[in-house]
Design a protein around this ligand. Structure first.
Ligand SMILES: [Zn+2]
Length: 129
């Protein structure tokens, strides 16, 4: 069966996790447990599942959840998440900051966005990932 990336969230909180599953039903099952485990006080009927068509998860196992420091960052790089809160900047190492894609395939915090010059942007390899 085809592996797909789903974003599973509590519809009241609008926050959740991306994970790998083969159907909406399975994604909901896995995601509901993850939400409860992470302290979300949600009901089964409040769990919303969204297929993230643009995210490729062929190399990951079914049941993989983009959670924890490493998993969240991986999710950001792959496009599951548009930004992370309270994360560590992959470029400058600032902790407890908001990290997002500041230029194409370049991820960083507000500080990095301000600090980067056009030269840096044309050469994203200079940035640590
Ligand atoms: Zn930074």
């Amino acid at each position: 069966m085809k592996k797909r990336c789903y974003f599973v969230s509590d519809k009241h909180e609008n926050e959740g996790f991306s994970l790998v599953a083969t159907s909406v039903r399975d994604a909901k099952k896995i995601g509901f447990k993850v939400l409860l485990f992470n302290g979300y006080d949600c009901e089964w009927i409040d769990v919303r599942v969204e297929w993230q068509k643009n995210v490729n998860v062929d190399d990951l196992d079914v049941g993989y959840v983009f959670e924890g420091d490493k998993g969240l960052m991986e999710g950001l790089f792959r496009g599951c998440y548009s930004y992370l809160e309270y994360a560590t900047c992959p470029n400058c190492g600032t902790e407890d900051t908001m990290v997002q894609e500041i230029y194409k395939d370049v991820f960083g915090c507000d500080y990095c966005e301000d600090k980067l010059t056009p030269k840096d942007i044309n050469n994203p390899r200079k940035l640590k990932k």
